[in-house]
Write a protein that binds this ligand. Structure first.
Ligand SMILES: O=C(Nc1ccccc1)[C@H](C1CCCCC1)n1c(-c2ccc(Cl)cc2)nc2cc(F)c(F)cc21
Length: 233
């Protein structure tokens, strides 16, 4: 049985990605706010647009710390960010939702989100994804690497030099695969399950614009950045 070993370079790569990932803290505040009180649909929509806007800014900071990202062609950097921003937000939402919370808090959080104004039809796919992420009990290294891998998806629309993106994504996949083998020796399929979540994440991508425009309220106002990233208005 070959001994899986994480090399010095891979340790360094993981450290850079995890530190950059831990610098973005917004969603914890969202969960805390939502647990404090039930907001109106308008207030929830405003909270979402504000949070999603700042999440994009934080995502850009995270992405700039991914080794090699800034040496990619500039249009491709934009294409990768635009292509992954919504997925990164849902992945982050899932991670916040599945964090260990005191008894009953997750149920309150779920209730508040169910009543936030999102149309009924999106609840099932969204919470199914949140729960499937929760079942994985991901470590923060796995969360950070999975987010970086989602960002470095070569086949996003308008990416010109896909090989250059693959060359950045591959080392992340390698170290994540080794990490999964070392951390979950009893579950040889764990790495495959993690990557399967990225496929499920793409399906949420299809819904995202409609989730916003169908928010139970009239006159949806978006920030310019969200219009760019979320394909709304
Ligand atoms: O803010 C949010 N998510 C966020 C995450 C990361 C960074 C920035 C924002 C919103 C809330 C939802 C309730 C109203 C207020 C915003 N949010 C979502 C969510 C996001 C987009 C759409 Cl279209 C639908 C739901 N799922 C969540 C799970 C959580 F545990 C959770 F705590 C907050 C969650």
């Amino acid at each position: 049985k070959e001994k899986v070993k994480i090399t010095k370079e891979q340790q360094a790569l993981m450290k850079v990605v995890v530190e950059a990932y831990n610098r973005h803290q917004i969603p914890q505040d969202v969960a805390k706010k939502l647990l404090q009180e039930q907001y109106s649909e308008e207030e929830n929509f405003l909270l979402l647009t504000e949070m999603a806007t700042s999440q994009v800014q934080v995502l850009v900071e995270f992405t700039k710390n991914i080794p090699g990202f800034l040496s990619l062609n500039h249009e491709d950097q934009i294409a990768l960010l635009k292509g992954s921003a919504v997925e990164a937000m849902f992945l982050r939402s899932a991670q916040v939702f599945s964090r260990k919370m005191p008894n009953g808090h997750t149920e309150v959080l779920e209730e508040r989100i169910r009543k936030s104004g999102i149309s009924e039809e999106f609840m099932t796919p969204m919470f199914n994804f949140y729960k499937s992420i929760g079942e994985l009990h991901m470590m923060q290294e796995e969360q950070a690497l999975l987010t970086a891998i989602a960002i470095l998806t070569p086949d996003r629309p308008y990416v010109k030099d896909q090989q250059a993106v693959e060359r950045l994504q591959e080392p992340m996949l390698d170290v994540l695969r080794k990490l999964c083998v070392l951390q979950h020796p009893q579950e040889p399929q764990y790495f495959a399950r993690l990557l399967g979540r990225l496929t499920e994440l793409r399906t949420l991508n299809h819904y995202h614009a409609e989730m916003l425009t169908s928010w139970r309220m009239n006159d949806h106002k978006f920030t310019p950045l969200l219009c760019e990233i979320w394909d709304v208005e």
